[in-house]
Design a protein around this ligand. Structure first.
Ligand SMILES: *Cc1c(COP(=O)(O)O)cnc(C)c1O
Length: 367
């Protein structure tokens, strides 16, 4: 096949030709043109959450997890206590990140097919005043469940606790307004719903919170206070920036604005998600989550109850037809996942359903 397969995954995602073409130049990291590109990128990012008055945005090299780790390292003091609201794999990763760097960490477990509970958080914060920060995943990509951002933020604000939000898979698709949602840090990345290529993350940090973060980080590379101070002073990244990723994200952000910003992106992804679920239900597949909990980002389906089904073979058949699926991430039930995000629309989702139908026929025929 001379066309790239469509990526139905939580990232990297299918990007537009325009975004890919933006990577065909080499940039000097401290040249004025690249400094201007970084400044423009930061301006566009902060505008998405209407956060210019209250927050700064600090870009960081690496995959999204690097920025999650940097946010915890920078925001949570070494004698702080992080409570992680856990209903899936990415929540557990956040807990592991904090534990490994030696921050006191408490995990508050929820079932994977339910949203985390703002009421339970409220009770926990009342019971344990030693908690200083709360870690929260907006869309838990392990299942696709949408967690209650506003309610959790309201509870944290009432208790005066710092909220660290992993909005990696929701940012730019679901609405997040820094004037309505109170948080100390919100983490996202280039290669998710902004439809850039992977290679950098960025963290929105509340200005008042950042001021108290000097020397919190145990790590030089992960220190967002330092990265921010250097960037403000010089306009440059502290260490070698992912220049091509920055250029591609700049081009992706222009297309994001041209499309109509976050509301337009949400509308396209919601349509993708509805098209996918309707088509898959028509083939007999069952979504794992109740509809009210499903974010229009990625859908977990139960593995088909067909003799001879095996994810690897199913994946290979779908790939032959031009679509890359994603394995499930649940321990108890056998599932697989299909993403609804990236530079794709209803046609691609319908073609994906056709490819799944074809793949299932091939698997059954192969027996
Ligand atoms: C994608 C994602 C991350 C980051 O994953 P990387 O593989 O490091 O890019 C973190 N949290 C959530 C919720 C995600 O969807």
């Amino acid at each position: 096949m001379d066309r790239d397969a469509i990526l139905l995954t939580p990232g990297p995602l299918t990007t537009t030709l325009r975004t890919k073409l933006a990577m065909l130049r080499d940039w000097g990291s401290w040249d004025a043109d690249f400094v201007a590109m970084t400044a423009e990128l930061r301006r566009r990012l902060i505008a998405i959450i209407d956060g210019a008055d209250s927050h700064v945005v600090v870009p960081l090299q690496g995959s999204g997890t690097f920025s999650v780790e940097a946010a915890v390292a920078t925001l949570v003091p070494r004698d702080g206590h992080l409570l992680v609201l856990d209903n899936g794999a990415y929540c557990k990763r956040l807990g592991k990140v904090a534990t490994l760097m030696g921050r006191r960490t408490t995990i508050m477990a929820h079932p994977e097919d339910e949203a985390v509970s703002a009421e339970a958080l409220d009770a926990k914060l009342r019971a344990d005043p030693s908690i200083t920060h709360v870690g929260f995943i907006h869309c838990e990509t392990g299942t696709g469940v949408l967690n209650p951002l506003q309610a959790v933020s309201d509870v944290c604000r009432r208790h005066g606790k710092g909220l660290i939000i992993d909005a990696m898979s929701s940012f730019a698709a679901l609405p997040i307004d820094a004037r309505a949602v109170t948080f100390d840090a919100l983490v996202a990345a280039s290669g998710k719903c902004l439809e850039g290529v992977p290679g950098m993350g960025f963290v929105f940090i509340r200005k008042a919170a950042l001021a108290a973060c000097e020397n919190n980080s145990h790590s030089l590379a992960m220190d967002l206070f330092d990265q921010h101070a250097y960037m403000e002073k010089t306009g440059q990244w502290r260490f070698t920036p992912p220049t091509h990723v920055v250029a591609a994200l700049g081009e992706a952000l222009k297309q994001f604005d041209e499309e109509g910003g976050q509301p337009a992106r949400l509308a396209r992804y919601a349509d993708n998600c509805a098209t996918l679920i309707e088509g898959m239900k028509g083939l007999g597949f069952k979504p794992f989550l109740a509809p009210a909990l499903q974010a229009p980002i990625i859908v977990t389906f139960h593995a088909p109850a067909v003799a001879g089904y095996d994810f690897k073979a199913f994946y290979a058949e779908a790939k032959r037809r031009g679509f890359i699926l994603y394995p499930g991430k649940l321990t108890e039930v056998e599932t697989f996942r299909v993403g609804c995000i990236g530079a794709i629309g209803r046609n691609e989702m319908q073609q994906a359903v056709n490819a799944v139908a074809d793949a299932m026929r091939a698997l059954v025929w192969a027996r």
